[in-house]
Design a binder for this molecule. Structure first.
Ligand code: MN
Length: 753
């Protein structure tokens, strides 16, 4: 394994590269902290007041104290790292909180100091920035796929919230890359790869060109030391020869444009090493064929001038037809617009030229970030997003001309992806979900089968309810059950269309089967009331009725009856009318009143037990037909049925099947002495009575001697419930116990999964 070449020095890299930390600070080993510190002061003095600088020095002393005695792999005192990171950010003229946060960025992670300590000492803003960087350090990127890298970048940005957090992180990474030599070779490659996949593209997208190029070249150097060296040498050699050629071409282009009356700014630039390497590998060419280590850029005043300039250049040098690209007519996905052409220059040198208007140029520089951050088709940016956009643009201006403008760097808290949240699957894949998405949304996003059978979720190793809202960077693992089914309550909190559609679809098909069964019973009840034996209705009668209704199947009619969309008596009359014989025989007799419908508790979703009163066998009950829910059973005395009672069309007589052994849910309300172990005693009392607990909620006032417990328990009937309550009453310290009916909000609200 060849040793990587020495890191960048000022002369080997671009003129505007931020490499001061390397060139001036990293040059000598074992640099004492005070010298690094004075390098920072020098930079701060260029744009900050003395009073701001002393504030930053407080942060420096605090960090120095905290990292005291710790030495970096490079052998330098640890404090040299945060100070170098601060230096990089001072080059960008970042504000006082950002520089302070840079100095303190490893304090929470590596020492006993907490975010709270930082807040007390340096205020909310600095604490939030440090906290943001600490959080970013904790998430790990595993998957190698390109799409996943993109999602990971978005996750990092979304977690940053404040753009300054990501800037500190990028500066941190840059300095770590600049001092990577001290690491083991395997570690070097790992970090370099991550930098290339994640951090360099972020810097690029944010328009931080100097940081971007340095990150790429440093990564390249550690990933492919030999190739890096070869290209670096070749560029150095070529630079001498080409200088003359380049300035000659530059002059010709300028002259030609003036002749053709095109007002333009023309510039030439040298490409960074990694971009040359990418070009070579992408096109499988040798370095000798990569002539365009220099690119030319022509910036004109408007769109029309772009094409005029193009024509002028094509007259000057012959274009290579296959290389021409019109990104003005067809902009790139990120909104980038330009004309790209490659010309046969003098001495057979291909010349790469980009032509664009001033407006396009601005978007290409700052707008790339803007277009990437906001969805391409979002015509209207929110005020906050516009602010980010402007802010990034200003950042670019600072980079290019070091203009002094601190005023805009105040209180920037920006949600870069206000609509999305990024989470990890157990395999380390990243899923993007809409903000507010819950574990159920996640389950359906993975696979509809997982969604349909999910029972619980583990978020960052901890069990959590399915309704839990997910946050950026969460590791989510769904627990499924073989017999589990979607719960209608999920519809109350899922936010993705996919989850909603799958749950609805499942419920609909299940409900229609169950409703058809109920509908059949209701129809038979009506037929008997008309003195017709249901078995006398033939298949032919049914076929005719189905056709008359414009439907396809008998079951559709039965489902409609079960769901309350058709009246059972009406359908019975129509069936009866099909047969003259029956009609003649039966219509003379007066109709009997309808039989009651027997409730078995096995009707599934076709019959629902109202959550307000939770009826159990033995309770006098009423059934109400609800157009969406089907038959809903309430107790006679339930307060919420009072208004329906006046409208007999809406209710059905129902009764319990006498011998049901099934368990039904009902609510209990207990007042108990507020003592440790009470809940356990009551729970075992419930179990002893052969009942199950479905749900518990506790309501205790601070300092009160008593607490209220709400249980949803499962019992067979009223007798069973009475036994249970008698048993619980015997427990000492149970003050009061009663069955809860009506609005027990705290119980009803909870999902019963
Ligand atoms: Mn660090």
């Amino acid at each position: 394994m060849p040793k990587p070449a020495t890191p960048h020095t000022a002369e080997s890299s671009k003129p505007n590269a931020i490499n001061l930390a390397t060139s001036k600070l990293g040059a000598a080993p074992l640099l004492p902290a005070d010298i690094v510190g004075s390098a920072l002061t020098l930079r701060l003095q260029q744009y900050l007041k003395q009073q701001d600088i002393s504030q930053i020095w407080n942060a420096y002393r605090y960090a120095d104290e905290a990292h005291q005695g710790v030495v970096r792999k490079t052998g330098e005192p640890y404090i040299t790292h945060p100070v170098s990171v601060a230096c990089i950010l001072a080059e960008l003229h970042m504000d006082v909180p950002t520089i302070s946060a840079a100095l303190l960025h490893d304090v929470v992670e590596d020492t006993d100091i907490s975010t709270l300590d930082i807040k007390e000492k340096f205020g909310q803003q600095v604490a939030e920035l440090v906290d943001g960087v600490t959080k970013l350090d904790k998430i790990e990127f595993q998957s190698a796929s390109v799409a996943q890298a993109e999602n990971f970048r978005k996750m990092l940005l979304a977690m940053s919230q404040d753009v300054r957090v990501i800037l500190v992180k990028l500066a941190d990474r840059l300095h770590n890359m600049q001092t990577l030599e001290a690491m083991r070779p395997e570690k070097q490659k790992l970090i370099a790869k991550e930098t290339l996949d994640i951090y360099a593209p972020i810097a690029n997208r944010l328009g931080l060109n100097a940081i971007y190029q340095e990150l790429e070249d440093l990564s390249f150097q550690y990933l492919h030391p030999m190739r890096y060296q070869a290209i670096s040498n070749a560029v150095k050699a070529a630079r001498g020869n080409r200088k003359e050629v380049v300035s000659k071409i530059l002059e010709s282009i300028k002259h030609q444009l003036v002749t053709m009356n095109v007002d333009a700014e023309v510039s030439g630039r040298e490409k960074h090493l990694y971009s040359i390497y990418k070009k070579m590998t992408g096109k499988m060419t040798a370095f000798s064929q990569i002539y365009d280590i220099y690119g030319f850029r022509v910036v004109v005043k408007d769109l029309t001038s772009c094409y005029v300039a193009l024509g002028a250049l094509h007259t000057l040098y012959k274009p290579i037809a296959s290389k021409f690209k019109d990104y003005i007519a067809i902009p790139k996905a990120n909104g980038y617009q330009s004309l790209h052409t490659t010309l046969f220059g003098p001495f057979g040198t291909p010349i790469e030229v980009q032509i664009r208007s001033i407006e396009m140029h601005n978007i290409a520089d700052a707008g790339v970030a803007a277009h990437w951050l906001y969805k391409a088709n979002d015509a209207q940016l929110t005020a906050l997003q516009q602010k980010t956009h402007q802010w990034l643009q200003r950042l670019l201006e600072i980079q290019s001309d070091s203009a002094d403008s601190l005023d805009f760097l105040e209180h920037l808290k920006i949600d870069l992806f206000p609509d999305e949240v990024y989470v990890f699957t157990p395999k380390g894949k990243i899923l993007a979900l809409p903000k507010g998405a819950t574990a159920v949304d996640f389950a359906y996003a993975v696979h509809s089968g997982i969604g349909n059978s999910c029972v619980a979720v583990r978020i960052n190793q901890d069990l959590a309810p399915l309704r839990t809202e997910l946050h950026n960077g969460d590791h989510v693992e769904i627990i499924t059950g073989a017999l589990a089914k979607p719960n209608p309550a999920w519809l109350n909190y899922v936010v993705t269309g996919r989850a909603r559609a799958h749950i609805r679809q499942f419920l609909k098909s299940q409900q229609s089967t169950e409703s058809a069964h109920l509908g059949e019973r209701m129809l038979n009840q009506a037929l008997r009331a008309l003195h017709v034996e249901p078995s006398h209705i033939t298949e032919a009668h049914w076929q005719k009725l189905v056709r008359d209704y414009g439907l396809k199947k008998k079951s559709e009619i039965l489902t409609d009856i079960g769901l309350g969309k058709r009246q059972n008596l009406m359908v019975a009359h129509q069936l009866l009318a099909m047969t003259d014989e029956n009609l003649a025989k039966h219509t003379k007799l007066p109709a009997k009143s309808l039989d009651t419908i027997t409730i078995h508790g096995t009707e599934g979703m076709a019959v629902q037990f109202a959550q307000c009163c939770r009826p159990i066998p033995g309770d006098p009950i009423l059934g109400f037909i609800n157009k969406d829910k089907g038959l809903v059973i309430h107790t006679h005395d339930c307060p919420s049925v009072r208004k329906f009672k006046l409208d007999p069309d809406k209710w059905l007589d129902v009764e319990w099947e006498p011998e049901s052994e099934r368990l039904f849910k009902t609510n209990l309300n207990l007042t108990v002495a507020n003592q440790p172990g009470m809940l356990a005693k009551i729970a075992s009392g419930i179990a002893d009575a052969g009942s199950n607990i479905d749900n518990v909620s506790v309501e205790e006032a601070d300092g009160s001697a008593y607490a209220n417990l709400y249980f949803t328990v499962q019992v067979k009937n009223r007798v069973h419930l009475a036994d249970l309550m008698r048993g619980l009453r015997k427990i000492p310290d149970v003050v009061r116990i009663n069955r809860a009916k009506g609005n027990v909000a705290s119980v009803v609200k909870k999902p019963s999964l």
